[in-house]
Design a protein around this ligand. Sequence first.
Ligand code: CAP
Ligand code: MG
Length: 434
Amino acid sequence: MRKNEWYSDFVDAKYIPKNDDIVCLFRFNAADGISKTEAMGRIASESSVGTWTTLATLPKVLPKLKAHSFWRNRDFCKVAYPRILFEPGSITGFLAGPAGNIFGMKAVDNLRLVDVAFPREYVKSFRGPTFGVDAIKRIFKKKSGPITAVVPKPKLGYTAREHAEKVAYAIWRGGIDCVKDDENLTNQTFNRFSERVKSLARVRDKAEKETGEIKEAFVNVTAPDLRELEKRIKMVYDNGFRYFMLDVVISGFTAAQTASNMAHDYNMAIHAHRAMHAMFTRNEKHGISMLLLAKLMRLIGVDQLHIGTAIGKLEGSKKAIVATKDMILSKEVNEIPMLRLHQDWGSIKPMLPVASGGLHPGLLPQIFDIYKTTDMVAQVGGGTQGHPMGTEAGARAVMQTIDAYHQNIDLREYAEGHSELKEALKKWGFRRPK
Ligand code: CAP
Ligand code: MG
Protein backbone atom coordinates (compact mmCIF):
# COMPACT_ATOMS: atom_id res chain seq x y z
CA MET A 1 0.00 0.00 0.00
CA ARG A 2 1.37 3.48 -0.91
CA LYS A 3 1.84 5.99 1.91
CA ASN A 4 -1.33 8.01 2.79
CA GLU A 5 -3.46 5.97 0.39
CA TRP A 6 -6.19 3.48 1.27
CA TYR A 7 -7.23 2.12 -2.18
CA SER A 8 -6.16 -1.44 -1.24
CA ASP A 9 -8.90 -1.41 1.44
CA PHE A 10 -11.35 -1.67 -1.47
CA VAL A 11 -9.91 -4.90 -2.91
CA ASP A 12 -10.94 -8.18 -1.29
CA ALA A 13 -10.69 -11.41 -3.30
CA LYS A 14 -12.51 -13.19 -0.47
CA TYR A 15 -15.53 -10.91 -0.59
CA ILE A 16 -18.72 -12.75 -1.58
CA PRO A 17 -21.33 -10.33 -2.98
CA LYS A 18 -24.58 -10.18 -1.05
CA ASN A 19 -27.79 -10.93 -3.03
CA ASP A 20 -28.73 -7.28 -2.54
CA ASP A 21 -25.42 -5.87 -3.85
CA ILE A 22 -25.19 -4.18 -7.22
CA VAL A 23 -22.35 -5.86 -9.14
CA CYS A 24 -20.48 -4.06 -11.95
CA LEU A 25 -18.30 -5.75 -14.57
CA PHE A 26 -15.45 -3.47 -15.70
CA ARG A 27 -12.80 -3.87 -18.35
CA PHE A 28 -9.63 -1.87 -17.55
CA ASN A 29 -6.02 -1.22 -18.54
CA ALA A 30 -3.85 -0.12 -15.62
CA ALA A 31 -1.53 2.80 -16.40
CA ASP A 32 2.25 2.38 -16.31
CA GLY A 33 3.48 1.95 -12.76
CA ILE A 34 0.06 0.95 -11.46
CA SER A 35 -0.57 -2.72 -10.73
CA LYS A 36 -3.88 -4.35 -11.73
CA THR A 37 -4.74 -4.66 -8.02
CA GLU A 38 -4.05 -0.97 -7.42
CA ALA A 39 -6.20 -0.08 -10.42
CA MET A 40 -9.03 -2.28 -9.13
CA GLY A 41 -8.79 -0.53 -5.73
CA ARG A 42 -9.02 2.87 -7.36
CA ILE A 43 -12.02 1.84 -9.48
CA ALA A 44 -13.91 0.56 -6.43
CA SER A 45 -12.84 3.43 -4.19
CA GLU A 46 -13.41 6.42 -6.47
CA SER A 47 -16.78 5.06 -7.64
CA SER A 48 -18.11 4.52 -4.11
CA VAL A 49 -16.83 6.43 -1.05
CA GLY A 50 -13.06 6.86 -1.42
CA THR A 51 -10.64 9.51 -2.60
CA TRP A 52 -6.91 9.83 -3.25
CA THR A 53 -5.67 10.07 0.32
CA THR A 54 -6.37 8.74 3.79
CA LEU A 55 -8.80 10.94 5.75
CA ALA A 56 -8.64 12.28 9.31
CA THR A 57 -12.25 11.45 10.21
CA LEU A 58 -14.57 8.78 8.86
CA PRO A 59 -18.33 8.33 9.47
CA LYS A 60 -19.11 5.25 11.54
CA VAL A 61 -21.27 3.77 8.79
CA LEU A 62 -18.43 3.87 6.25
CA PRO A 63 -17.45 0.17 6.36
CA LYS A 64 -21.06 -0.64 5.35
CA LEU A 65 -20.84 1.67 2.31
CA LYS A 66 -17.55 0.59 0.82
CA ALA A 67 -17.45 -1.11 -2.57
CA HIS A 68 -15.40 -4.30 -2.90
CA SER A 69 -13.42 -5.25 -6.01
CA PHE A 70 -13.54 -8.99 -5.51
CA TRP A 71 -12.80 -10.70 -8.83
CA ARG A 72 -10.44 -10.38 -11.79
CA ASN A 73 -9.92 -12.32 -15.00
CA ARG A 74 -7.25 -10.80 -17.27
CA ASP A 75 -8.33 -7.17 -17.78
CA PHE A 76 -11.87 -7.63 -16.47
CA CYS A 77 -12.85 -7.07 -12.85
CA LYS A 78 -16.06 -7.10 -10.83
CA VAL A 79 -16.97 -4.61 -8.11
CA ALA A 80 -19.81 -5.13 -5.62
CA TYR A 81 -21.62 -2.05 -4.27
CA PRO A 82 -24.04 -2.01 -1.32
CA ARG A 83 -27.45 -1.03 -2.78
CA ILE A 84 -27.80 1.62 -0.04
CA LEU A 85 -25.15 3.68 -1.86
CA PHE A 86 -27.62 4.64 -4.58
CA GLU A 87 -30.89 6.57 -4.70
CA PRO A 88 -33.63 4.10 -5.68
CA GLY A 89 -35.37 4.73 -8.99
CA SER A 90 -32.69 7.09 -10.33
CA ILE A 91 -30.37 6.15 -13.23
CA THR A 92 -28.51 9.46 -12.86
CA GLY A 93 -28.04 8.69 -9.15
CA PHE A 94 -26.52 5.35 -10.07
CA LEU A 95 -24.27 6.42 -12.96
CA ALA A 96 -22.63 9.24 -11.00
CA GLY A 97 -20.73 6.51 -9.08
CA PRO A 98 -19.79 3.50 -11.26
CA ALA A 99 -19.87 5.63 -14.44
CA GLY A 100 -18.53 8.88 -13.07
CA ASN A 101 -15.05 10.21 -12.29
CA ILE A 102 -13.39 6.84 -12.71
CA PHE A 103 -13.28 7.08 -16.53
CA GLY A 104 -10.82 9.96 -16.10
CA MET A 105 -8.49 8.43 -13.48
CA LYS A 106 -4.77 8.65 -14.36
CA ALA A 107 -4.40 5.18 -12.85
CA VAL A 108 -6.11 3.61 -15.87
CA ASP A 109 -5.37 4.10 -19.58
CA ASN A 110 -8.78 2.68 -20.51
CA LEU A 111 -11.90 1.80 -18.54
CA ARG A 112 -15.20 0.35 -19.74
CA LEU A 113 -18.32 -0.39 -17.74
CA VAL A 114 -19.42 -3.58 -19.51
CA ASP A 115 -22.56 -4.56 -17.57
CA VAL A 116 -24.30 -4.20 -14.21
CA ALA A 117 -26.30 -6.85 -12.36
CA PHE A 118 -29.10 -5.05 -10.48
CA PRO A 119 -30.72 -6.86 -7.53
CA ARG A 120 -34.48 -7.34 -7.42
CA GLU A 121 -35.10 -4.59 -4.83
CA TYR A 122 -33.30 -2.06 -7.04
CA VAL A 123 -35.08 -3.17 -10.24
CA LYS A 124 -38.43 -2.80 -8.41
CA SER A 125 -37.72 0.92 -7.89
CA PHE A 126 -38.20 1.52 -11.65
CA ARG A 127 -41.42 1.46 -13.73
CA GLY A 128 -40.04 -0.06 -16.94
CA PRO A 129 -41.82 0.19 -20.32
CA THR A 130 -45.52 1.12 -20.52
CA PHE A 131 -46.06 -1.28 -23.44
CA GLY A 132 -42.76 -2.80 -24.63
CA VAL A 133 -43.48 -5.95 -26.63
CA ASP A 134 -47.21 -5.60 -25.93
CA ALA A 135 -47.28 -2.62 -28.33
CA ILE A 136 -47.51 -5.09 -31.23
CA LYS A 137 -50.85 -6.37 -30.02
CA ARG A 138 -52.18 -3.47 -27.91
CA ILE A 139 -51.38 -0.60 -30.26
CA PHE A 140 -51.22 -2.21 -33.70
CA LYS A 141 -53.63 -5.09 -32.98
CA LYS A 142 -51.16 -7.40 -34.80
CA LYS A 143 -50.69 -11.08 -33.89
CA SER A 144 -46.96 -10.86 -34.46
CA GLY A 145 -44.25 -8.38 -35.40
CA PRO A 146 -42.42 -6.70 -36.80
CA ILE A 147 -43.69 -3.18 -36.25
CA THR A 148 -42.58 -1.45 -39.45
CA ALA A 149 -41.27 2.11 -39.63
CA VAL A 150 -39.85 4.40 -42.29
CA VAL A 151 -37.96 7.67 -41.83
CA PRO A 152 -38.66 10.34 -44.47
CA LYS A 153 -35.33 10.86 -46.23
CA PRO A 154 -33.40 13.04 -46.83
CA LYS A 155 -33.15 13.51 -43.02
CA LEU A 156 -34.06 17.19 -43.20
CA GLY A 157 -35.43 19.52 -45.85
CA TYR A 158 -39.11 18.82 -46.23
CA THR A 159 -41.55 21.38 -44.86
CA ALA A 160 -43.94 20.08 -42.21
CA ARG A 161 -46.70 19.77 -44.79
CA GLU A 162 -44.50 18.02 -47.38
CA HIS A 163 -43.22 15.69 -44.63
CA ALA A 164 -46.81 14.69 -43.85
CA GLU A 165 -48.78 15.06 -47.06
CA LYS A 166 -46.16 13.90 -49.56
CA VAL A 167 -43.91 11.47 -47.78
CA ALA A 168 -45.73 10.14 -44.71
CA TYR A 169 -48.93 9.60 -46.73
CA ALA A 170 -47.07 7.46 -49.30
CA ILE A 171 -45.31 5.48 -46.56
CA TRP A 172 -48.59 4.75 -44.74
CA ARG A 173 -50.44 4.00 -48.00
CA GLY A 174 -47.75 1.48 -48.83
CA GLY A 175 -48.64 -0.49 -45.68
CA ILE A 176 -46.00 0.68 -43.19
CA ASP A 177 -47.14 1.08 -39.55
CA CYS A 178 -45.15 4.13 -38.49
CA VAL A 179 -43.54 7.24 -39.93
CA LYS A 180 -40.47 8.05 -37.83
CA ASP A 181 -38.82 11.46 -37.51
CA ASP A 182 -35.11 11.42 -38.12
CA GLU A 183 -32.89 11.90 -35.07
CA ASN A 184 -31.93 15.46 -36.03
CA LEU A 185 -35.45 16.62 -36.93
CA THR A 186 -36.83 18.63 -34.01
CA ASN A 187 -38.31 22.11 -34.47
CA GLN A 188 -36.45 23.69 -37.39
CA THR A 189 -37.72 26.86 -39.03
CA PHE A 190 -38.59 24.95 -42.21
CA ASN A 191 -40.37 22.12 -40.34
CA ARG A 192 -41.94 23.40 -37.15
CA PHE A 193 -42.75 20.73 -34.55
CA SER A 194 -46.32 21.87 -33.93
CA GLU A 195 -47.13 22.06 -37.64
CA ARG A 196 -45.58 18.64 -38.27
CA VAL A 197 -47.61 17.00 -35.49
CA LYS A 198 -50.89 18.53 -36.68
CA SER A 199 -50.21 17.71 -40.36
CA LEU A 200 -49.22 14.13 -39.50
CA ALA A 201 -52.39 13.67 -37.44
CA ARG A 202 -54.55 14.88 -40.32
CA VAL A 203 -52.82 12.62 -42.85
CA ARG A 204 -52.80 9.68 -40.40
CA ASP A 205 -56.60 9.85 -40.12
CA LYS A 206 -56.88 9.88 -43.91
CA ALA A 207 -54.48 6.95 -44.32
CA GLU A 208 -56.24 4.93 -41.61
CA LYS A 209 -59.59 5.47 -43.31
CA GLU A 210 -58.23 4.45 -46.72
CA THR A 211 -56.22 1.43 -45.57
CA GLY A 212 -58.27 0.24 -42.59
CA GLU A 213 -54.93 -0.12 -40.78
CA ILE A 214 -53.68 1.51 -37.58
CA LYS A 215 -51.10 4.18 -38.40
CA GLU A 216 -48.65 5.75 -35.97
CA ALA A 217 -45.79 8.23 -35.99
CA PHE A 218 -42.61 8.47 -33.95
CA VAL A 219 -42.54 12.25 -33.62
CA ASN A 220 -39.24 13.42 -32.15
CA VAL A 221 -39.95 15.37 -28.94
CA THR A 222 -36.25 16.00 -28.24
CA ALA A 223 -36.24 19.53 -26.81
CA PRO A 224 -33.94 22.23 -25.35
CA ASP A 225 -35.32 21.86 -21.81
CA LEU A 226 -37.65 19.65 -19.76
CA ARG A 227 -40.49 22.14 -19.85
CA GLU A 228 -40.46 22.22 -23.63
CA LEU A 229 -40.07 18.43 -23.70
CA GLU A 230 -43.22 18.03 -21.62
CA LYS A 231 -45.08 20.50 -23.86
CA ARG A 232 -44.09 18.54 -26.99
CA ILE A 233 -45.11 15.19 -25.48
CA LYS A 234 -48.49 16.67 -24.51
CA MET A 235 -48.96 18.06 -28.06
CA VAL A 236 -48.30 14.61 -29.58
CA TYR A 237 -50.76 13.10 -27.10
CA ASP A 238 -53.39 15.77 -27.81
CA ASN A 239 -53.11 14.93 -31.53
CA GLY A 240 -54.04 11.32 -30.91
CA PHE A 241 -50.72 9.56 -31.28
CA ARG A 242 -49.84 6.65 -28.97
CA TYR A 243 -46.07 7.03 -29.51
CA PHE A 244 -43.45 9.71 -29.30
CA MET A 245 -39.71 9.49 -30.04
CA LEU A 246 -36.83 10.77 -27.93
CA ASP A 247 -33.10 10.97 -28.65
CA VAL A 248 -32.37 9.46 -25.24
CA VAL A 249 -28.57 9.79 -25.17
CA ILE A 250 -28.49 13.35 -26.50
CA SER A 251 -31.37 14.33 -24.16
CA GLY A 252 -29.83 12.64 -21.14
CA PHE A 253 -31.08 10.25 -18.50
CA THR A 254 -33.14 12.78 -16.55
CA ALA A 255 -35.03 13.69 -19.72
CA ALA A 256 -35.51 10.01 -20.51
CA GLN A 257 -36.95 9.34 -17.03
CA THR A 258 -39.16 12.43 -17.30
CA ALA A 259 -40.42 11.22 -20.67
CA SER A 260 -41.04 7.74 -19.29
CA ASN A 261 -43.11 9.09 -16.41
CA MET A 262 -45.17 11.11 -18.88
CA ALA A 263 -45.56 8.07 -21.15
CA HIS A 264 -47.00 6.14 -18.20
CA ASP A 265 -49.30 9.06 -17.32
CA TYR A 266 -50.60 9.35 -20.90
CA ASN A 267 -50.47 5.59 -21.63
CA MET A 268 -48.05 6.26 -24.50
CA ALA A 269 -45.06 4.35 -25.88
CA ILE A 270 -41.55 5.73 -26.34
CA HIS A 271 -39.43 5.06 -29.41
CA ALA A 272 -35.89 5.64 -28.14
CA HIS A 273 -33.27 6.75 -30.65
CA ARG A 274 -29.71 6.18 -29.44
CA ALA A 275 -27.88 8.79 -31.59
CA MET A 276 -24.49 9.71 -30.02
CA HIS A 277 -24.20 6.36 -28.21
CA ALA A 278 -21.22 5.32 -30.34
CA MET A 279 -19.24 8.16 -28.73
CA PHE A 280 -18.88 5.92 -25.68
CA THR A 281 -20.06 2.44 -26.70
CA ARG A 282 -17.94 1.80 -29.78
CA ASN A 283 -14.44 1.54 -28.29
CA GLU A 284 -14.35 -1.98 -26.79
CA LYS A 285 -11.75 -0.84 -24.25
CA HIS A 286 -13.37 2.35 -22.99
CA GLY A 287 -16.78 3.84 -22.13
CA ILE A 288 -20.04 2.04 -21.49
CA SER A 289 -21.31 -0.93 -23.50
CA MET A 290 -24.40 -0.68 -25.73
CA LEU A 291 -25.72 -3.69 -23.78
CA LEU A 292 -25.63 -1.69 -20.54
CA LEU A 293 -27.16 1.38 -22.20
CA ALA A 294 -30.03 -0.87 -23.34
CA LYS A 295 -30.41 -2.27 -19.80
CA LEU A 296 -30.62 1.24 -18.35
CA MET A 297 -33.23 2.18 -20.97
CA ARG A 298 -35.40 -0.84 -20.12
CA LEU A 299 -35.23 0.13 -16.41
CA ILE A 300 -36.08 3.75 -17.26
CA GLY A 301 -39.00 2.47 -19.33
CA VAL A 302 -38.62 3.24 -23.02
CA ASP A 303 -40.70 0.80 -25.11
CA GLN A 304 -38.31 0.25 -28.00
CA LEU A 305 -34.64 1.06 -28.60
CA HIS A 306 -32.30 0.89 -31.59
CA ILE A 307 -29.76 -1.84 -30.81
CA GLY A 308 -28.05 -2.41 -34.18
CA THR A 309 -28.23 -4.80 -37.12
CA ALA A 310 -24.72 -6.31 -37.50
CA ILE A 311 -25.31 -6.30 -41.30
CA GLY A 312 -26.40 -2.66 -41.92
CA LYS A 313 -24.40 0.51 -42.26
CA LEU A 314 -23.54 1.07 -38.59
CA GLU A 315 -21.13 -0.83 -36.36
CA GLY A 316 -22.05 -3.49 -33.81
CA SER A 317 -21.03 -7.15 -33.52
CA LYS A 318 -23.64 -9.85 -34.02
CA LYS A 319 -22.66 -11.52 -30.70
CA ALA A 320 -23.16 -8.30 -28.73
CA ILE A 321 -26.39 -7.42 -30.55
CA VAL A 322 -27.90 -10.86 -29.91
CA ALA A 323 -26.80 -10.75 -26.23
CA THR A 324 -28.47 -7.32 -25.95
CA LYS A 325 -31.62 -8.42 -27.79
CA ASP A 326 -32.01 -11.40 -25.46
CA MET A 327 -31.40 -9.23 -22.38
CA ILE A 328 -34.09 -6.68 -23.31
CA LEU A 329 -36.67 -9.24 -24.47
CA SER A 330 -36.29 -11.84 -21.67
CA LYS A 331 -37.53 -12.09 -18.10
CA GLU A 332 -34.12 -13.39 -17.02
CA VAL A 333 -30.77 -13.84 -18.75
CA ASN A 334 -27.65 -15.74 -17.74
CA GLU A 335 -24.08 -14.53 -17.65
CA ILE A 336 -21.98 -14.56 -20.79
CA PRO A 337 -18.37 -14.23 -19.60
CA MET A 338 -16.87 -10.76 -20.19
CA LEU A 339 -20.03 -9.66 -22.10
CA ARG A 340 -23.17 -9.87 -19.94
CA LEU A 341 -24.04 -10.49 -16.29
CA HIS A 342 -27.01 -12.52 -15.02
CA GLN A 343 -30.13 -10.33 -14.72
CA ASP A 344 -33.57 -11.14 -13.33
CA TRP A 345 -36.06 -8.48 -14.48
CA GLY A 346 -38.87 -9.28 -12.04
CA SER A 347 -42.04 -7.65 -13.36
CA ILE A 348 -40.36 -5.10 -15.66
CA LYS A 349 -41.84 -5.46 -19.15
CA PRO A 350 -39.63 -6.60 -22.06
CA MET A 351 -38.48 -3.80 -24.38
CA LEU A 352 -38.63 -4.12 -28.19
CA PRO A 353 -35.38 -4.07 -30.15
CA VAL A 354 -35.22 -1.77 -33.19
CA ALA A 355 -33.20 -2.81 -36.23
CA SER A 356 -32.34 0.14 -38.44
CA GLY A 357 -29.53 1.63 -40.48
CA GLY A 358 -28.78 0.71 -44.08
CA LEU A 359 -31.60 -1.84 -44.33
CA HIS A 360 -33.56 -2.65 -47.47
CA PRO A 361 -35.92 -5.53 -48.44
CA GLY A 362 -33.02 -7.83 -49.38
CA LEU A 363 -31.61 -7.64 -45.84
CA LEU A 364 -34.77 -7.95 -43.74
CA PRO A 365 -34.92 -11.79 -43.74
CA GLN A 366 -31.30 -11.90 -42.51
CA ILE A 367 -32.24 -9.47 -39.73
CA PHE A 368 -35.16 -11.65 -38.62
CA ASP A 369 -32.83 -14.66 -38.65
CA ILE A 370 -30.18 -12.85 -36.57
CA TYR A 371 -32.80 -11.64 -34.07
CA LYS A 372 -34.49 -15.08 -34.11
CA THR A 373 -37.84 -13.32 -33.81
CA THR A 374 -39.99 -10.80 -35.66
CA ASP A 375 -41.05 -9.28 -32.31
CA MET A 376 -39.10 -6.15 -33.08
CA VAL A 377 -39.25 -2.86 -34.97
CA ALA A 378 -37.82 -2.86 -38.48
CA GLN A 379 -36.94 0.64 -39.76
CA VAL A 380 -36.14 1.02 -43.46
CA GLY A 381 -35.46 4.63 -44.49
CA GLY A 382 -33.31 4.93 -47.58
CA GLY A 383 -34.23 1.33 -48.38
CA THR A 384 -37.84 2.48 -48.90
CA GLN A 385 -37.47 5.94 -50.35
CA GLY A 386 -34.70 4.93 -52.67
CA HIS A 387 -37.01 2.50 -54.44
CA PRO A 388 -36.97 3.05 -58.24
CA MET A 389 -40.79 3.20 -58.33
CA GLY A 390 -41.07 5.72 -55.50
CA THR A 391 -41.87 5.74 -51.80
CA GLU A 392 -45.23 3.94 -51.79
CA ALA A 393 -43.76 1.13 -53.90
CA GLY A 394 -40.77 1.01 -51.57
CA ALA A 395 -43.11 0.58 -48.63
CA ARG A 396 -44.97 -2.19 -50.47
CA ALA A 397 -41.66 -3.93 -51.19
CA VAL A 398 -40.88 -3.93 -47.45
CA MET A 399 -44.31 -5.36 -46.62
CA GLN A 400 -43.97 -8.00 -49.35
CA THR A 401 -40.63 -9.05 -47.85
CA ILE A 402 -42.25 -9.55 -44.45
CA ASP A 403 -45.12 -11.53 -46.00
CA ALA A 404 -42.60 -13.73 -47.82
CA TYR A 405 -40.66 -14.27 -44.60
CA HIS A 406 -43.75 -15.24 -42.62
CA GLN A 407 -44.70 -17.71 -45.37
CA ASN A 408 -41.14 -19.03 -45.52
CA ILE A 409 -40.88 -18.23 -49.25
CA ASP A 410 -37.56 -17.28 -50.85
CA LEU A 411 -37.55 -13.55 -51.74
CA ARG A 412 -36.55 -14.06 -55.35
CA GLU A 413 -39.41 -16.51 -55.81
CA TYR A 414 -41.88 -14.17 -54.07
CA ALA A 415 -40.62 -11.27 -56.21
CA GLU A 416 -41.79 -13.04 -59.35
CA GLY A 417 -45.36 -12.16 -58.43
CA HIS A 418 -44.63 -8.79 -56.74
CA SER A 419 -43.17 -6.06 -58.94
CA GLU A 420 -42.25 -3.70 -56.08
CA LEU A 421 -40.12 -6.35 -54.39
CA LYS A 422 -38.66 -7.37 -57.73
CA GLU A 423 -37.53 -3.77 -58.43
CA ALA A 424 -36.05 -3.46 -54.93
CA LEU A 425 -34.02 -6.63 -55.40
CA LYS A 426 -32.92 -5.39 -58.81
CA LYS A 427 -31.56 -2.16 -57.26
CA TRP A 428 -30.05 -3.45 -53.99
CA GLY A 429 -30.07 -7.22 -54.21
CA PHE A 430 -28.79 -8.57 -50.86
CA ARG A 431 -25.91 -6.14 -50.44
CA ARG A 432 -24.73 -5.02 -47.02
CA PRO A 433 -23.94 -1.29 -47.08
CA LYS A 434 -20.53 -0.20 -45.79
C1 CAP B 1 -31.50 5.03 -40.57
C2 CAP B 1 -31.40 6.23 -39.64
C3 CAP B 1 -31.24 5.84 -38.20
C4 CAP B 1 -30.12 4.87 -37.93
C5 CAP B 1 -29.64 5.02 -36.47
C6 CAP B 1 -30.25 7.15 -40.05
O1 CAP B 1 -31.76 5.49 -41.87
O2 CAP B 1 -32.57 7.01 -39.72
O3 CAP B 1 -31.03 7.05 -37.49
O4 CAP B 1 -30.59 3.56 -38.08
O5 CAP B 1 -28.63 4.07 -36.23
O6 CAP B 1 -30.43 8.36 -39.89
O7 CAP B 1 -29.21 6.62 -40.46
P1 CAP B 1 -31.61 4.43 -43.07
P2 CAP B 1 -28.90 2.87 -35.17
O8 CAP B 1 -32.71 3.40 -42.89
O9 CAP B 1 -31.81 5.26 -44.33
O10 CAP B 1 -30.25 3.86 -42.98
O11 CAP B 1 -30.17 2.23 -35.63
O12 CAP B 1 -27.69 2.01 -35.32
O13 CAP B 1 -29.02 3.52 -33.85
MG1 MG C 1 -31.85 8.60 -38.55
